[in-house]
Design a protein around this ligand. Structure first.
Ligand SMILES: Cc1cc2nc3c(=O)[nH]c(=O)nc-3n(C[C@H](O)[C@H](O)[C@H](O)COP(=O)(O)OP(=O)(O)OC[C@H]3O[C@@H](n4cnc5c(N)ncnc54)[C@H](O)[C@@H]3O)c2cc1C
Length: 434
């Protein structure tokens, strides 16, 4: 099928949006796709979420860049849907709209004290050290000892690792310079990584967990008492990962490195209150046990002193006018949201899965779109009409060529082995496009 008359808007230039673009170009040759992003920089969480010391993972942007450079594809950066243009307007202008806007609100802990200064959701904290312009001014106070990271997934591991690494270990990274300086000068010392369930239930992947065992100034500490004999009755596909995690944790429990800092891994510990009056001073945990697959409190509590708390317990998609919501995601049936509107990625299925998970997911939605659009006549006004609307509203649209200038300037500002020095603010990014 060819689709020379069709125009499609994709909201969000992260992995799910760009895998969808790739699929659309293959399934609907001749289609025109406009990729809209609220930031002047593309690639979503690959730039703003994936840890700055995981440059190998970030290399996927080369593939995404090729997709962006294909005929029929345009990048409209610095255009926020909900501010510069509405979902309903996009529905009127394009034959289909793909919602790929990710999940950007931290899930709340729902416990007393969580709004005290010094408590941060992982989205803002990770965004700060990753140079996301929304968080350039976060300036977390790292002047007091003790850091608690709440969560038992890879994001929690990332936060611990970045707090624990030396400047030398972060040389080959694109961490925001201000964050690097603040973390290196900080007094956080020991770090407590807490999960409300046990070592087998933790969502860590072995590669990320293993990295904790190779830090030059910190070593993970695990109480061997919490480690079970085996992983028990878990899903067959997950079993090898869980077994590897357990093996790594056994190694941590037996380890005795002389690094000055400790990363204490607390399992079966549910936070019940953030302690402090004017700012965070610690976290009260309740010990838990597994009952019918759920972690339930035992009534026994203990406190950990901390000057910094980062919660990494998941994300929700922020509601956007014109999109029905279902809990923390855009309401959808296999990606169909409403006639002509589709959802992919974290906005569709919630914050789970790695970058490649989004590929299969987006391609499945593209299959549905191709079927739905098979008889579409096309002919909606498309990109030219959006350009006119944005010009009328005074929007400063960043094209892909503009992004390439930002990219080149960031790379040029870096000294080997640092791959790039990110601009801290949107104003600086826009200045680089002149
Ligand atoms: C901290 C962290 C670390 C991670 N590390 C890894 C890792 O090491 N390896 C791995 O494989 N996966 C990792 N992941 C998971 C991976 O990043 C996600 O699977 C993937 O990014 C989800 O893609 P997405 O396109 O759905 O959303 P996103 O990547 O979030 O992209 C959404 C895009 O939509 C844009 N947007 C949002 N709202 C609007 C709006 N109103 N108007 C216009 N644009 C908008 C955003 O600016 C963004 O560019 C990590 C995730 C996090 C949070």
């Amino acid at each position: 099928m060819t689709a020379p008359g069709l125009s499609i808007a994709v909201i969000g230039s992260g992995p799910s949006g760009l895998y969808a673009v790739d699929g659309l170009l293959r399934k609907l040759p001749g289609v025109r796709v406009d990729v809209i992003d609220r930031l002047p920089t593309p690639y979503g969480l690959v730039r703003g979420g994936v840890a700055p010391d995981h440059q190998g993972t970030k290399a996927i942007v080369r593939q995404f860049g090729r997709t962006m450079g294909k005929e029929g594809v345009r990048f409209l950066g610095n255009v926020e849907v909900g501010r510069d243009v509405s979902v309903d307007e996009l529905k009127g202008l394009y034959d289909a709209v793909v919602v790929a806007l990710g999940a950007y609100e931290d899930r709340r802990l729902g416990i007393p004290g969580e709004d005290l200064p010094g408590v941060h959701g992982s989205w803002s904290f990770v965004g700060w050290y990753n140079g996301h312009p929304d968080f350039a001014g976060l300036n977390p106070d790292l002047s007091r000892p003790g850091a608690v990271v709440i969560g038992n997934g890879n994001v929690a591991l990332d936060v611990c690792r970045i707090l624990a690494k030396t400047g030398g270990e972060l040389a080959l990274s694109d961490i925001a310079p201000a964050a690097l300086a603040a973390i290196q000068a900080g007094a956080q010392g020991d770090i407590f990584l807490a999960g409300r369930r046990g070592p087998v239930e933790a969502a860590f992947t072995p590669a990320e967990l293993g990295e904790l065992g190779h830090l030059s100034r910190a070593r993970p500490v695990v109480d061997a008492v919490v480690l079970p004999e085996g992983v028990g009755d878990v899903d067959g596909r997950e079993k090898p990962f869980k077994e590897k995690n357990l093996e790594l944790l056994r190694g941590f429990a037996a380890g005795d490195g002389d690094q000055p800092r400790r990363i204490h891994m607390l399992f079966w510990a549910a936070p019940v209150a953030i302690l402090g009056t004017d700012r965070v001073e610690g976290v009260r945990f309740e010990r838990t046990r597994l009952e019918g697959g759920r972690a339930v409190g035992t009534g026994e509590t203990f406190d950990v002193a901390a000057g910094l708390v980062v919660s990494a317990i998941g994300y929700r998609t922020a509601p956007l006018d014109g999109l029905p919501m279902d809990g923390g995601v855009v309401a959808n049936a296999d990606g169909r949201v409403a006639p002509g509107v589709y959802a992919v990625g974290w906005a569709k299925r919630g914050p789970s899965g790695t970058i490649p998970t989004n590929r299969a997911d987006s391609l499945a939605v593209v299959d549905l779109m191709a079927a739905d659009l098979a008889d579409a006549a096309g002919g909606k006004p498309g990109g030219a009409a959006l350009d006119a609307l944005l010009a009328e509203r005074g929007a400063r649209v960043v094209s892909f060529a503009d992004w390439e200038k930002i990219d080149a300037a960031e790379v040029a500002a870096a000294t080997d082995p640092c791959p790039r020095v990110k601009f801290a603010t949107v104003a600086e990014m826009l200045a680089a496009t002149d």
